[in-house]
Design a protein around this ligand. Structure first.
Ligand code: XMP
Length: 317
């Protein structure tokens, strides 16, 4: 029978044999899959694993710093690359959802290629691909997205010429979490909600500006921290906030306001392929809505998304 301990043992042995004293470069996303893949590779080849964690400027509030710290505590050899400006520039005046994804994918390729270029003698690209990614090829992390949409374009970036190593290819998400637990990865990291590679860009409808990212980061932090405080975070499969390209009229004191609307979304799911909206307690929604409207400048209305997938999708773009 399959056990996490046996999986770790055989996988580490296989990776050792497969890679020998070769070098591997791997893009970390802060999520469960890439982290577990990195820890397995680290066990097998140690310092010959070079991890890159890119800040695309579309992460959650303080996420880049906190995740980078966490990685260092785990003994991983990680380079944090702050490419926020580059991504924001690539996204300037882009409103179409597919064009946003393309722009982000291209920026990831450029950043990753620049970084991989600086490493000499690397022959492998490590990836946190899991079984559902293999069969669905939809829900993949940052750099993998770019590989899929660009594999047949001439003049491949250098890192795409590398051999691929994917230690989690045969596992489902819950098995990945069990393997991570077996290796002593922080339960908080293992229990993190899925977060899309394009990040907050696909939760800001319309064009993206630094100010909109800041507003959404604040709203999202209040919502997510609220879920944790109310002990609801682990009961929800995924949650987040969406900044709508709509202003609505409100009143603050004696003044008329004309400010942004945000939508909150929380879903139950097992694999993201289908999802139901979560019946969050009214008292919770009330508290979070009050906090958002009182504390986040530029937002005067909060709505809750009660659509299931299908026919809606989890993300709005
Ligand atoms: P949808 O919106 O298609 O999302 O119902 C299903 C799941 O996939 C995540 N998602 C992505 N993950 N890169 C990713 O790594 C992406 O481009 C992407 N798009 C959607 C979404 O957050 C949800 O968990």
């Amino acid at each position: 029978t399959w056990t996490p301990a046996a999986f770790v043992e055989t996988t580490v042995a296989t990776l050792k044999e497969q890679i020998g004293d070769g070098k591997v470069v791997l893009g970390l996303s802060g999520g469960v899959d890439s982290t577990v893949a990195a820890i397995l590779l680290n066990k097998a080849i140690g310092k010959n694993l070079y991890c890159i964690f890119v800040n695309n400027g579309l992460l959650r509030k303080n996420e880049f710093e906190s995740v980078l710290d966490q990685y260092k505590d785990m003994g991983l050899n990680v380079k944090g690359v702050d490419a926020s400006e580059r991504f924001l520039k690539a996204l300037k005046d882009v409103s179409d959802p597919e064009k946003k994804r393309k722009a982000i994918g291209n920026a990831f390729i450029e950043v990753f290629d620049d970084e991989a270029h600086q490493l000499t003698g690397v022959d492998w690209l490590g990836q946190g691909t899991i079984y559902p990614d293999v069969i669905e090829s939809v829900s993949v992390n940052g750099p993998s997205v770019t590989i899929k949409s660009h594999h047949n374009v001439g003049g491949l970036p250098d890192f795409m010429k590398l051999k691929i190593v994917e230690p989690l290819r045969m596992l489902f998400k819950d098995e990945v979490r069990r393997v991570g637990k077996e290796m002593g990865i922080d339960p908080e990291l293992l229990g993190r909600h899925p977060f899309p590679g394009p990040g907050l860009a696909i939760r800001i409808l319309g064009d993206i500006t630094a100010e909109k990212v800041r507003i959404l980061q604040e709203v999202d932090a209040i919502f997510i921290n609220g879920l944790k405080k109310w002990d609801l975070y682990d009961k929800v499969w995924q949650a987040g906030a969406i900044l709508l390209p709509v202003n609505s009229v409100g009143v603050m004191g004696d003044e008329r306001t004309y400010e942004k609307v945000v939508a909150l979304r929380a879903v139950e799911s097992t694999d993201g392929m289908t999802a139901d909206w979560v019946n969050l307690p009214y008292e919770f929604l009330q508290e979070v809505s009050n906090h958002i409207i009182n504390r986040v400048k530029g937002v005067n209305r909060v709505v809750y998304d009660i659509s299931s997938k299908p026919p809606a999708t989890i993300e709005w773009e």
